[in-house]
Write a protein that binds this ligand. Structure first.
Ligand code: FCB
Length: 454
């Protein structure tokens, strides 16, 4: 294949999230989160796995940062655990919790690695969960206060602040399908949560900006939604519905257009949207400098006006069938389609112009057999990453303002409901010894970074 070069100053990095890697669940005053509770609830997470120890990154961060430097990463996206900073989600900050992120930030900067913060990657303090979690409006206000407290401590050194990671998952998987914490199954609650998450983002974005944050953004998992049959009107309607419920419900209000009428109409069938108050849409539209995109796989849908579709997706009310993935799959059972990334980036750049984008997550789980020398020759992951980098490059060639690429993930880690059985890392983690071994993909990525291309 031909050589591809990325723009000068293209950012190369890796991403992780607090609950998935830190461990140290009770250290230094950390309070419980909804994921501690969920993972302890029998039947929720594969084999009863929890994030109690995870990759023990809380204690091993210095070695992990050294590894990032060895790989040549220019940026590292990590999330801050709200329950370390405010054990109950409100009230005075716990300085020892912030101390950890202080040490981590300094370690990164000392190695020339740009820290990219995610303020919320799903680990809501349990005390707020007990008061309704994201179905309660007050959670949005508490989030802005928490964001302000973190910025007060780290804002002198961290340039890039993102508020939420994938609010679609927090809302739909947490309150709609119940696959994620807190494990509720109520479509109305899911849409209430969407709104309060967006409100939390807007309030925090405004507060961060006022405090002097340089780059403020949010990470979404917008879907590349495709019709099963490009000539079918019913399938086109299904695309429109799913696009509304996964993409436009976030992107339109974030960019100042408010909630789309067709989406509000649909939501209203499930819950009276009285939670949207005057002025909220203005708050949500607080200007952002960066849109984080997490992309793994496309969605193929067919219209089922007879109601014979799936009910997995809150709001689609069996009017949509989600097609089973085809072709080579990752270990998550996800279809591998790099072209979906190009389509998605081009679509967002076209429909929401002027928003610089960063791929904040992309990667794949594979079985990862270890060789006799303990190494992992993960050629399938290299092929996945190579294909998606080419797809990202194609989007740039079509004029998309894409600033960088962060691989998910640096380390094998706690993959939410799947526990430790799904490995996404470019670095293998032996959970018995906590030994880190860069896989072939890590060495390949190191080479890509050093050449700024493929
Ligand atoms: C994303 C999450 C991330 C990780 C990947 C595989 O939805 O943001 O934490 O679990 O999926």
């Amino acid at each position: 294949m031909s050589e591809l070069r990325f723009p000068d100053r293209f950012v190369w990095g890796a991403a992780t999230a607090a609950y998935q890697i830190e461990g140290a669940a009770r250290d230094d005053g950390r309070g419980p989160s909804i994921w501690d509770t969920f993972s302890r609830t029998p039947g929720r997470v594969f084999a009863g796995h929890t994030g109690d120890v995870a990759c023990d990154h809380y204690h091993r961060y210095a070695d992990d940062v050294a590894l990032m430097a060895e790989l040549g990463l220019g940026a590292y996206r990590f999330s801050i655990a709200w329950p370390r900073v405010q054990p109950d989600g409100t009230g005075p900050v716990n300085p020892r919790g912030l101390d950890f992120y202080d040490r981590l930030t300094d370690a990164l900067l000392a190695r020339g690695i740009d820290p990219i913060v995610t303020l919320y990657h799903w680990d809501l303090p349990q005390a707020l969960g007990d008061r309704g979690g994201w179905t309660a409006r007050e959670t949005a206000e508490h989030f802005a206060a928490y964001a302000t407290a973190v910025h007060a401590r780290l804002g002198d050194r961290i340039r890039t602040w993102t508020t939420l990671n994938e609010p679609w998952c927090s809302a739909y998987l947490g309150y709609g399908s119940g696959v994620h914490a807190p494990g509720e199954s109520d479509a109305g609650a899911a849409f209430t949560a969407v709104h309060h998450l967006l409100l939390a983002h807007g309030l925090a974005a405004r507060a961060l900006r006022a405090a002097g944050a340089e780059v403020v953004g949010i990470t979404l998992n917008p879907a590349d939604v495709r019709p099963a049959d490009p000539d079918s009107a019913a399938d086109a309607a299904a695309v429109r519905l799913v696009d509304g419920l996964q993409n436009r419900i976030f992107l339109d209000p974030l960019t100042g257009a408010g909630y789309p009428d067709d989406v509000l109409e649909h939501v209203s069938r499930l819950v009276e949207p009285t939670f949207v108050r005057d002025g909220d849409e203005k708050t949500i539209a607080a200007p952002i400098d960066l849109l984080g995109i997490n992309y793994y796989t496309p969605l193929y849908v067919a219209g089922r006006p007879d109601g014979a579709g799936d009910d997995a997706f809150p709001g689609t009310e069996r009017a949509v069938e989600f097609l089973p993935p085809t072709g080579p799959l990752t270990e998550m059972g996800w279809m591998i389609e790099p072209a979906g990334l190009t389509r998605l980036l081009v679509r967002i750049a076209t429909d929401y112009p002027g928003l610089p984008m960063l791929i904040t997550e992309n990667g794949a789980a594979f079985p990862d057999a270890r060789g006799p020398d303990g190494g992992v020759d993960d050629t399938d992951r290299i092929a996945y990453l190579d294909g998606h980098l080419r797809a990202a490059h194609a989007a740039i060639a079509r004029g998309v303002d894409l600033r960088g690429y962060l691989v998910w993930s640096l380390l094998d880690n706690f993959e939410w409901a799947e526990g430790y059985r799904k490995r996404f890392g470019i670095v293998h983690v032996d959970y018995l010894t906590q030994r880190r071994t860069p896989k072939s993909s890590a060495r390949w990525y190191q080479e890509v970074i050093s050449r700024n291309g493929l």
